[in-house]
Ligand binder design. Structure first.
Ligand code: GLC
Length: 720
């Protein structure tokens, strides 16, 4: 039986087929701020004419129903075959309601919370006539100089797998045909975060085993979660740009993984094969990318220009063109667009009640993302009354650095600044004094003096410092992952006043904390928390919520340590407590983090009993129960992220000192004890060997249930 798609394809000219593979910026609806370099710029009239000619498969980065209906009507009623458009956008972590940046939300160690915020995002995005988001980003990031870790899930592969899959499920929902289902994109395929020196777009020189064990698993998890599309990264891998990498785009994705969605270039990444020095010219770039398995071209317009002639002269076989076109048409069928081209384009506005629920969810996600690194002398939580508070720093009143680096459509009118959150929480605001002290990057005449005087008058200082949000995001890699100098000076001057200091750090990456920030009495890592920033921080500061976030990235002593990541090998000369000479350390600092992966404190004290196993031997095909008793020594209820780590003591390739293999966030009432347990099986012990084969090798493994990657007492399990 001929399917609808077969029948459609039988009518399509080569140009119309290629048109379905062309994705271009939506210049007809209000285009969002420039987040991409100018390339192949077309005006609204030219875009409309291409649509009439059936030469556009999808548009991206517009929003709004009215314009969308008009665009779709042109595609459906004025083109020869009336194939509907699919409308995409970079909706990374929120639409009108903005949730924490993905890196910050990963600090919750609650994938299901990420699923919920992605679902809320999908509801708002589809109501704004967007069918397809270019998210989630699942790039494992081991070098914090890189500027796009903010969009991802940090340095650990398991977190990337769990959060990536959760966000795909949240965006897409249970039925892609629903009006509020948002097609997802796993990006940036692959190892974009492994760019040399953390320099965005830079070459990636990587062992095949590292690719297999660290960077590819999150994409496999996204494919298994049913992701509809995969976006290629800008980088090369060992000399072959990903956008023309057949082993990765076809052999692995289509062969081994049976991925049935579409692959799409990142913004002109196929055009950039020429700049890479991998293609002679634009036609050669198209030939190499398309034959490697890159189905869609984002923004360059090169597939329109060169594919028809490549097909006509036989250099691109018709079967390959039909294969890509069919995938795109199947995507439109799976999202219900072939049945109803106006799907999601005629919905009602999101109701106020729904937005209110989303704001509550944003507040919940934001406060759960906050990581308390230290709380000396239990300076936190603060009392709401009876103490003079000096709120000092450029983030005190700021409303321009609330949303993070990749928010295109946030409703800024709904943002809650730190000042607003504190004022709401305090009630009596006479005890609150606010002094900027300095700008984000520039000094303020007399600002330091005013700040120090305010600190001297106060019982406690809340120091609001961090990175401007434009320090993260595309093409913003940094050579020093520290605060802007003026802010460090402010922190140091305020610290010298001698008043207790609570440092609030706003950041899109791990930072090398220094001086008055590192030595503050309390340090809260607040990332970019989105719409509910002020309320979420106040909830934690005044004890309405005990902080439960844990670090998804290691905070180093110094920038020079990068790339630094917790799951590094031991080396042949590990530093020993009694032996520092000729050991793996810098002259100035040890080979360790200032604050390690998995670390975070709450308003309580939790004790871990020894890690126990129900069998010291793990037989292949079976599992061992690993458990520990976790006890809340305090009186108030707290949440704890219990973490399961392993270390393979001896193997055919040196192994990481620790690897996260499980985690669970539990709630412990005051004084409560809980036996937490994980099942450890053979697959969790696997790694890719010298021969490229993934397997678990027999031998002894250290196993921990611990509160971070550097704590806990191991027990041993032997795999037979
Ligand atoms: C950008 C980003 C990618 C984004 C795309 C479309 O260059 O790398 O994450 O989805 O272009 O804006």
């Amino acid at each position: 039986m001929t399917s609808r798609i077969d029948a459609l394809m039988a009518q399509m000219t080569i140009e119309e087929k290629v048109g379905q593979l062309n994705v271009t910026a939506d210049m007809v609806r209000p285009f969002v701020p420039d987040i991409n370099p100018v390339a192949n710029e077309q005006n609204a009239g030219q875009v409309l004419e291409l649509i009439r000619q059936g030469k556009v498969g999808a548009l991206f980065n517009g929003k709004g129903r009215q314009g969308a209906v008009a665009l779709q009507r042109v595609a459906v009623e004025e083109s020869r075959l009336g194939i509907p458009l699919i409308l995409a956008a970079d909706v990374i972590h929120g639409m009108g309601t903005v949730f924490p940046i993905p890196l910050g939300e990963t600090a919750t160690f609650e994938p299901d919370l990420a699923r919920r915020t992605a679902r809320a995002t999908a509801v708002e995005a589809t109501a704004a006539a967007i069918h397809w988001t270019f998210a989630p980003a699942i790039d494992v990031t081991r070098d914090q100089r890189w500027s796009r870790g903010a969009e991802g899930t940090g340095e650990d592969t398991l977190l990337a797998c769990r959060f990536g899959a959760a966000r795909v499920q949240g965006f897409q929902g249970d039925d892609l045909r629903r009006e509020d289902a948002l097609l997802a994109t796993a990006k940036h395929y692959v190892a974009y975060g492994a760019c040399l020196a953390g320099l965005d777009y830079n070459t990636v020189d990587i062992a095949p085993q590292t690719l297999q064990d660290v960077h590819l698993p999150p994409f496999k998890a996204a494919v298994d979660a049913g992701v509809g599309s995969i976006m290629t990264a800008f980088n090369d891998i060992n000399g072959v740009p990903v956008s023309a990498n057949k082993p990765l785009l076809t052999d692995l994705l289509r062969g081994a993984w049976r991925f049935d969605g579409v692959t799409i270039s990142d913004y002109t990444s196929e055009m950039e094969l020429v700049a890479h020095g991998y293609a002679e010219d634009m036609q050669d770039a198209v030939l190499k990318a398309f034959m490697a398995g890159l189905d869609l071209s984002l923004q360059s317009g090169l597939y329109l220009q060169h594919l028809p002639s490549l097909v006509r002269d036989g250099r691109v076989p018709m079967w390959r063109l039909d294969q890509a076109v069919r995938r795109m048409l199947e995507l439109k069928e799976r999202t219900g667009l072939l049945d109803n081209p106006y799907r999601s384009l005629e919905m009602d506005d999101v109701s106020d009640a729904c937005l209110a629920r989303h704001e509550e969810l944003a507040r919940e996600s934001a406060r759960r993302s906050i990581v308390m690194l230290k709380n000396a002398g239990d300076v936190l939580p603060l009392a709401r009354t009876g103490q003079r508070i000096a709120l000092i720093g450029p983030f005190a009143r700021d409303r321009d650095n609330i949303e993070g680096c990749w928010t295109l459509f946030g409703d800024a009118d709904r943002y809650v600044s730190l000042e607003e959150g504190l004022r709401d929480a305090l009630g009596d605001i006479t005890q609150l004094e606010i002094v900027d002290g300095c700008g984000m990057e520039d000094a303020i005449d007399g600002g330091l003096a005013l700040a120090v005087q305010a600190a001297q008058r106060a019982d406690v200082v809340i120091l609001a410092v961090g990175e401007p949000q434009r320090y993260s995001g595309e093409a913003q890699s940094r050579i020093e992952i520290v605060l802007p100098a003026v802010q460090q000076q402010l922190a140091d001057a305020v610290a010298a006043a001698g008043t207790p200091v609570v440092a609030l750090v706003r950041n899109g990456r791990a930072l090398a904390l220094q001086g008055g920030v590192r030595d503050a009495d309390a340090v809260l890592i607040t990332w970019f928390l989105g719409s509910q920033t002020g309320h979420a921080i106040a909830d934690v500061l005044f004890g309405d919520y005990s902080p439960s976030g844990r670090l998804p990235v290691s905070f180093p002593h110094a920038s020079g340590q990068q790339p630094y990541y917790y799951n590094h090998p031991r080396t042949g000369r590990p530093e020993l407590p009694e032996m520092k000479e000729f050991k793996t350390r810098w002259r100035e600092i040890p080979h360790e983090a200032l604050y390690p992966f998995g670390h975070g404190l709450g308003y309580g004290k939790v004790d871990y009993g020894p890690t126990q196993v129900d069998s010291a031997v793990l037989r292949r095909g079976e599992s061992v129960r690993v458990s520990a008793r976790v006890r809340n020594l305090g009186q108030r209820s707290v949440e704890e992220v219990v973490q399961l780590y392993i270390h393979d003591r001896v193997a055919s390739r040196v192994r990481p000192v620790r690897e996260l293999k499980g985690f669970d966030k539990i709630t412990l009432a005051g004084g409560e004890s809980l036996d937490v347990a994980f099942l450890l099986n053979e697959s969790m012990l696997e790694f890719t060997g010298v021969d490229g084969i993934r397997r678990a090798e027999g031998g002894t493994f250290d196993v921990w249930i611990a509160p971070s990657c550097t704590t806990g007492e191991a027990t041993q399990v032997t795999l037979d």
